[in-house]
Write a protein that binds this ligand. Structure first.
Ligand SMILES: *[C@@H]1O[C@H](CO)[C@@H](O)[C@H](O)[C@H]1NC(C)=O
Ligand SMILES: *[C@@H]1O[C@H](CO)[C@@H](O)[C@H](O)[C@H]1NC(C)=O
Ligand SMILES: *[C@@H]1O[C@H](CO)[C@@H](O)[C@H](O)[C@H]1NC(C)=O
Ligand SMILES: *[C@@H]1O[C@H](CO)[C@@H](O)[C@H](O)[C@H]1NC(C)=O
Length: 495
């Protein structure tokens, strides 16, 4: 029982949230180092090797630091028990006494276990071009120079919410472009890409973080864990930041038996007369289901549904574009089509389609392009995305990186950087950094402390964490506002 309780207390232990490599670094900095200053960026390509990649990800959405600070770094995170435990584990792990027990005891005694570091960051939700500083970290006590990069591991895990939010926003841009082109308005955009990723992620924590990152841009989700993360770590004015509708899965159809798909459909739509209901229709033959069951047998029930409670037909197999086009074509023959004022075909208000199989940023682009070519408006289709939205991403997609750029040794400040001969893309920035907006609206990172000069205007990096306390927070509404698609971006998309 004692051990169980001790394990339960481990959450947030700094000793446990860093790589082995960082454990011994306190012995490696130059003697008399009193400050280590590091920064995080999503590196920009300098050589144009990713030129042919379809999606360029020129800008990133900064999101998720507040979660990490709340969950792992704020308050009294160092305790005598944790130090003792870490000491024992590392003695075995390295087969040597290399753990910085003295350093941690200093933090315990002098700061009651609060971390003497300062973190400055751009506001959460900011959309910043690659290659700019996004946050900086430095020790506030000269004795604790080693702490700055100790916290690298946990802080760099922000790559994940940044990458999910950025990739989701790029998909929003695609949807916005085609929605505008095929209907002339952006109505319903926030519900066009639904998060289906819960079971496809590696853990419950991943689900919560990833789903919340998608909700920065959209409002449809089935990954309920994201709602908890947002409510607990950000807060919203609405009771919930994400919505869903009743939906069938294969088991609720196939449990009726192969000869009773129609009975299954009929039963389910009658269960939900006043809200949209999504019904997976490919258990046996999606085309038969659209043509015979929805289009004939149950047609009168569908036609009677109100526009606020449509049937949502969900294909779930086959080539995504071909399937979507064929399903639309069949439904278009069985139900009266309308043409919108841009000349694109629209299904009647009681029926729509959701494609949730095989959807990633590339297939999404192909499907909406294919629909446009075949004169279908994308008003009445939406998409679900799972693994590709929350899991099929790595830190390399946006080249997220944390590097030291400034140290003080023997009282002397030195701008430091790396510049590996084999890869100019990996050159890091020098000195103390600041982020500014130029009069023309571009972002620029100033190196070597030059941002202190008044001519550059205010630094967009704000202190969010100091000496164990979170000093600035953002609500999820602010995050969404910062990440909103801007007029200028829309204009550029429609060019
Ligand atoms: C470190 O600082 C101490 C005290 O100022 C000095 O005596 C010592 O020489 C310095 N060590 C190095 C390697 O510079
Ligand atoms: C980003 O990462 C990819 C994949 O590792 C690599 O090919 C590319 O050169 C990196 N770009 C930069 C700017 O570091
Ligand atoms: C943070 O801690 C450092 C080191 O003790 C101290 O110099 C600084 O004043 C503290 N800052 C705040 C805002 O408490
Ligand atoms: C189809 O799109 C139109 C225009 O955006 C909208 O008014 C209508 O409610 C949509 N119908 C369905 C079933 O989604």
């Amino acid at each position: 029982r004692g051990r169980v309780r001790r394990n339960a207390r481990r959450r947030g232990v700094p000793e446990r949230v860093c790589y082995s490599i960082q454990v011994t670094h306190y012995k490696q900095y130059p003697p008399n180092t009193s400050k280590v200053y590091s920064y995080f960026e999503c590196r920009e390509k300098k050589t144009d090797s990713t030129k042919d990649r379809k999606v360029k990800y020129d800008k990133t959405v900064f999101y998720g630091l507040q979660y990490i600070l709340h969950k792992y770094l704020k308050g009294k995170v160092v305790t005598p028990e944790k130090i003792q435990e870490a000491k024992e584990v590392y003695r075995e792990h390295f087969q040597d006494d290399v753990f910085n027990e003295k350093g941690w005891n200093y933090i315990l005694e002098k700061y009651d276990g609060h971390l003497p570091i300062e973190i400055k960051a751009v506001p959460e939700g900011s959309v910043i071009p690659r290659g700019n500083v996004l946050f900086t970290v430095e020790n506030t006590d000269p004795e604790c120079y080693w702490l700055t990069n100790w916290v690298e591991t946990i802080l760099v895990q922000i790559w994940y919410p940044i990458t999910v939010a950025t990739n989701s926003r790029e998909q929003k841009k695609i949807l916005a472009k085609y929605l505008m082109e095929t209907s002339g308005k952006l109505e319903g955009l926030e519900y066009k890409l639904h998060d289906f990723g819960y079971r496809g992620v590696s853990s419950q924590e991943t689900a919560g973080i990833g789903a919340s990152a998608h909700l920065v841009n959209f409002k449809g989700t089935d990954t309920v864990a994201g709602i908890g993360v947002i409510k607990k770590y950000y807060g919203t004015k609405d009771p919930v930041p994400g919505f869903s509708v009743p939906a069938a899965e294969h088991s609720t159809i196939t449990a009726w038996g192969k000869d009773h798909e129609k009975d299954a459909f009929e039963h389910i739509i009658k269960q939900f007369p006043s809200v949209p209901v999504s019904i997976v229709s490919d258990s046996y033959d999606i085309y038969n289901a659209c043509e015979k069951i929805w289009g004939e047998d149950l047609r009168s029930l569908i036609v009677a549904r109100s526009p606020s409670a449509p049937l949502v037909v969900r294909p779930d197999s086959g080539n995504p574009l071909d399937t979507v086009l064929k399903v639309l074509e069949i439904l278009g023959k069985k139900f009266p089509l309308e043409e919108n004022n841009k000349g694109y075909k629209v299904l009647p208000p009681y029926i729509r389609v959701i494609q949730g199989d095989g959807v990633d940023i590339n297939t999404l682009q192909e499907i909406v392009e294919g629909m446009k070519e075949h004169r279908w408006s994308i008003e009445n289709i939406s998409f679900g995305s799972g693994g590709a939205l929350l899991q099929k991403l790595t830190r390399d997609l946006l080249n997220c990186s944390f590097k030291c750029s400034y140290v003080v040794t023997n009282g002397l400040g030195v701008n430091v950087f790396k510049d590996p001969v084999a890869d100019p893309n990996k050159r890091s920035k020098k000195g103390r950094l600041s982020l500014h907006k130029t009069p023309s609206g571009d972002f620029v990172t100033l190196e070597e402390g030059k941002g202190d000069l008044e001519e550059y205007g205010e630094d967009l990096l704000h202190t969010v964490f100091r000496n164990g306390t979170i000093v600035k927070t953002y609500s999820f509404d602010e995050v969404r506002e910062n990440a909103r698609l801007k007029e200028g971006e829309l204009k550029e998309l429609l060019r």
